[in-house]
Design a protein. Structure first.
Length: 498
């Protein structure tokens, strides 16, 4: 029976972040995920590294400061999948006064020790380029900085780095049961073949996201010491709504905000909602009511309203927020809570809440909680360690794209840019030896080739077309049903052959 120091349950951003941090500190780590990496909440975010401007209204200054400081740490560590993004906040005369918005942005600028990101500026929307897509009554606005991140690739890179440091990563492997025995955990795991096998671990981290209570109660047989509040966040993706590279943040009369963000070059991402979710988190879908709400909010600001036919895709994820008794889903805290049980030396750490921007700090806090059980463990290290492919300057992607095109002249600008953004400096390995497009193998659609898919299967745990098209990339927006079916069949054949 294999024995580990730490068994992590859940392959979302928190689980993968903890596995990476622990492996880098010298612990023997096992991480299991019932589906694919980032299959649930961690691939269904608004894809922002941000402090959370609106949380200032709920006096969450500690959370906002922690997240603001993290933005630049993360952008430096993964400049291929994360980069600065400027947000335009139009002043709505009927909502928050302009002086209050400017005060909030002043605090936002100075709370986190900003160095890379430029400061807030006031805009005359009658003259500024970003004012052109808006209705003429919006004459004044503010432009401030936050960060963008490819959320599901963030999870994959954490898992890859964990594996490179010795962790065992098993996807499509679910925990079916566990019990304490002689100061350790004895855990039963089930793979796709239905076979049950066992491992031992001194400590278990329950990072199952929306299923944290399910794992605690029904897999580990424990009474839940706390509860999570399941909050559904839905998004719509539309045809491109504007031509510039800035995003918008729209205020609403119900006190919320909605983003409209340039997405995958040809689209616009609009979100998110905040609704309490009932039922299985796996069944979360953007309802017609939520899609209409997002269209209506954005259309209050945009000169050309968003029609139903403009929507090309919708998605929804369930955030596992800590239940702090807030009256509404919008007001529920986004901060994380870590609860440790120590029974006879067999440790159990339950992870409640959290947001994508603070995953690294959450991992550090989790290891700090567990440290008394592992005196051999070394100290924090992730604050200045690049992710795989991230060993370049924070603004180094354009130079990398130029390098890739010079070395591989068959690459178009768009193709090279996509590879640089997905893989960073590891794009050199994906393309190694390719002197022409034919050397990359057949194309499945768009610019996805056999060589790239093999890389994803070999190095990134991809097993199906859905893994490749909706989590390793967002090429699903561009593929036809026939192309998806052909890719699935090819990947299944490759798996059998292997």
């Amino acid at each position: 029976m294999p024995t580990y120091d730490l068994a992590v349950v859940g392959g979302g951003v928190n689980g993968a972040g903890i596995a990476r941090d622990a492996a880098g500190r010298g612990l023997k780590v096992h991480m299991c995920e019932a589906g694919d990496l980032a299959q649930a909440t961690s691939s269904a975010s608004t894809k922002l590294f941000h402090g959370g401007l609106r949380y200032l209204e709920f006096y969450e200054f500690g959370l906002v400061r922690k997240a603001l400081i993290e933005r630049e740490t993360l952008i430096r560590a993964m400049p291929h999948i994360s980069w600065p993004l400027r947000f335009v906040l139009p002043h709505h005369p009927g909502l928050r006064p302009a002086w209050l918005l400017r005060l909030g942005l002043f605090i936002y600028d100075h709370l986190g020790g900003r160095k890379i990101l430029p400061a807030t500026r006031t805009l005359d929307l009658r003259r500024a380029e970003v004012g052109k897509p808006l209705k003429p009554e919006f004459t004044k606005g503010f432009e401030y900085s936050d960060g963008w991140v490819m959320d599901s690739r963030l999870v994959v890179l954490n898992a890859r780095d964990a594996a490179a440091r010795g962790a065992t990563i098993e996807t499509r492997t679910r925990l079916v049961g566990g019990s304490r025995e002689d100061g350790t955990w004895r855990l039963r795991l089930e793979g796709l073949d239905g076979a049950i096998r066992e491992i031992r671990a001194k400590a278990v981290v329950n990072a199952a996201g929306p299923w944290v209570d399910e794992v605690l109660r029904h897999r580990l047989g424990r009474n839940a010491p706390a509860h999570i509040r399941l909050v559904r966040g839905s998004h719509i993706v539309t045809r491109k709504l504007f031509d510039h590279d800035r995003a918008y943040i729209f205020q609403t009369s119900d006190g919320r905000i909605v983003f409209a963000i340039p997405y995958e070059e040809d689209f616009t991402l609009v979100g998110t909602t905040d609704r309490d979710h009932q039922g299985d988190p796996a069944d979360a879908k953007c309802s017609e009511e939520e899609a209409d709400y997002l269209r209506e909010v954005a259309s209050q600001y945009l000169a050309k309203p968003i029609e139903k036919d403009d929507v090309v895709w919708t998605y929804s994820g369930v955030r596992p927020l800590y239940d702090d008794g807030a009256k509404s889903a919008t007001q529920a805290t986004r901060d994380y809570v870590l609860q440790l049980e120590d029974e006879g030396g067999a440790l159990l750490l339950n992870v409640f809440g959290g947001k994508i921007t603070t995953f690294r700090k959450l991992a550090e806090a989790a290891l700090d909680k567990l440290s008394p059980g592992f005196p051999q463990m070394t100290g924090p290290w992730t604050h200045d360690a690049p992710m795989p492919g991230g060993d370049m300057p924070h603004d180094g992607v354009p130079a990398l794209v130029a390098e890739l095109r010079a070395a591989h002249p068959f690459l178009t600008q768009r193709w090279a840019n996509r590879l640089a953004r997905m893989y960073g400096t590891e794009a050199r390995k994906v393309l190694a030896g390719a002197t022409d497009a034919a050397a990359m193998g057949a194309r499945f659609g768009w610019d996805l080739t056999e060589t790239e898919v093999r890389w994803l299967m070999t190095h990134e745990w991809a097993r199906t077309a859905e893994d490749v098209l909706w989590r390793r990339s967002r090429l699903g927006l561009r593929f036809t049903p026939e192309e998806i079916e052909a890719l699935d069949a090819w990947m299944a054949a490759e798996t059998i052959a292997a």
